[in-house]
Design a protein around this ligand. Sequence first.
Ligand code: IPT
Length: 264
Amino acid sequence: RTLGLATSDLALMAPAQIASAIQQRAAAAGYHLVIAMDSGNQAEATINELLAQRVDGLLINLPLSAPQAEQIQTLCGAKPTLFLDVEPQAAVAQCQYPNAAGAQAAVEYLVSLGHQKIGLLNGPEQSVSARQREAAWIASLATHQLTPHCILRGDWSAQSGYRALLAQLPHDLPQALLVANDQMALGAMRALHQHGVTVPGEISVMGYDDTVESAWYQPPLSTVRQDLQRLGEVSVDRLLAQLRGEALPMAELKTALVLRESTA
Ligand code: IPT
């Protein structure tokens, strides 16, 4: 009895922590887990790799537009599939945190602190989640008659966050920075520290994910928590329910603000 996991780059914290939780939950249920990793736009090849190993069902943590996901669903035929990073309007079974709600909560909090000059550090353009977080940030800022002070972009890695901030440093800095994931916030805070800019004194930094490491950043990171452990567990439970032909249990996945010391 085997489940397949198609995942984006496991060198990134969030997918790694999701995969770890999936592996443990699958093992507890008596399933072997086969993992296929896609580090760049090879979704179909990655899925085919799993199908060739005759998995009983597939968890798909790859950023996919609705048409891409529907295409992959077709490729999988009658095999149960569950998508973890897909445009919500896709006609496929999904298990994911609402990006819009998480991003909106972060804006509301920074605005409640009195910040008006708020900058964005987005994830990569090809990521569905990154695009949804950015759109929700901009829409929420607009409800306060605000527009982003600056729009920076990275590729999810700490290094890209570092570089994005280095490029912005010669210009006017915002009072607060919304970052699309914690790893980029790590790099951003490193660049700020290197240039003597204090967090949160001169700039507040708000992450997204709450990976296991985020409480140990300097300063400890305020962030939007997606409980990645729970996402892994719930996704395995739902896929197994599909395999047994049971009605899908309702997955209540909600983000939560975690306020530590990087915002003030
Ligand atoms: C998403 C993370 O929030 C982000 O930090 C990055 O790791 C990305 O995954 C990689 O694809 S979480 C995903 C389940 C939407």
